[in-house]
Design a protein around this ligand. Structure first.
Ligand code: NAP
Length: 247
């Protein structure tokens, strides 16, 4: 079964743990993939791996916090693939610290990538989707955006903001045939959590009813579902993929 057959999907943060698995999940289900990431090093091998699955794939070096780069890349994708059916706003960073110790530039950078980047990519893609009368956006929030976390003032604010964007856009675009949802992962094994001290991860696992961290594939599967037509009447939803952490 090809659940997203011939859909063209933009994936930001495609080199990362969740982005890479999402790109592969979409390609395995027959979708074509435009890979966006700030770092090109890992994009080319992924592009080749995906092309070997028999779908179209192209990579683009894009900093999502730079609107000019984003809008040029989106225009290029429309030229290269002919359309965009779905945008997944996965690029994200952490710069953790207690509020009193957080440098202003770490606040600014996390908001610029996680929140403004989501706004920029959607702003660049939405007119094309509106013109076509269809489209799907999946944003990535976090459990931290729902219930906060010590040492993550900037990250929690950005991820709570993503929930606000998701619900607003779901309302704004519904009549244009577009759906907008978000996934809120718990603690997932990726390069992002590799940086978290083991003691903190053990505490989080202890608080997670399912008693383990999630796999990037488990988040990718939720994103794939929201992109697919199986989710055709779902919009404005925040889908928790967290092993029960926020129950
Ligand atoms: P990751 O492995 O670090 O992947 C993030 C990717 O985004 C990296 O390839 C990174 O490139 C890229 N990126 C960073 N800044 C960018 C920019 N300005 N423009 C374009 N790309 C940029 O992290 P992940 O765990 O897969 O996270 C993916 C998303 O899930 C993020 O939004 C994250 O906040 C969210 N999330 C993750 C978890 C978790 O437990 N892992 C939990 C909740 C939510 P570089 O490596 O070169 O910086």
């Amino acid at each position: 079964m090809e659940r997203v057959r011939d859909k063209v999907v933009i994936i930001t943060g495609a080199s990362g743990g969740i982005g890479r698995e999402t790109a592969l999940a979409v390609a395995r289900e027959g979708g074509h993939v435009a890979l966006f990431d700030i770092d090109e090093t890992n994009l080319k091998p992924l592009e080749e791996e995906i092309k070997n699955l028999g779908v179209q794939c192209k990579s683009y070096k894009v900093d999502v916090s730079n609107f000019e780069q984003v809008s040029n890349a989106v225009e290029q994708v429309i030229n290269d693939f002919g359309k965009v059916d779905a945008l997944t706003n996965i690029a994200g960073i952490t710069r953790d610290n207690f509020l009193t110790k957080m440098p202003i530039e770490d606040w600014d950078r996390v908001i610029a990538v996680n929140l403004t980047g989501t706004f920029y990519c959607t702003k660049a893609v939405a007119p094309h989707m509106m013109e076509r009368g269809s489209g799907c956006i999946v944003n990535i929030s976090s459990v931290v955006g729902v219930y906060g976390n010590i040492g993550q003032t900037n990250y929690a604010a950005s991820k709570a903001g993503v929930i606000g964007l998701t619900k607003t856009w779901a309302k704004e675009f519904a009549k244009k045939g577009m759906r907008v949802n978000a996934v809120a992962p718990g603690f997932i094994k990726t390069p992002m959590t590799d940086k978290v001290p083991e003691k903190v991860l053990d505490q989080m696992i202890g608080k997670t009813p399912m008693g383990r961290m999630g796999e990037p594939k488990e988040v990718a599967n939720a994103i794939l579902f929201l992109i697919s037509d199986e989710a055709s009447f779902i919009t404005g939803h925040i889908l928790h993929v967290d092993g029960g952490l926020v129950l």
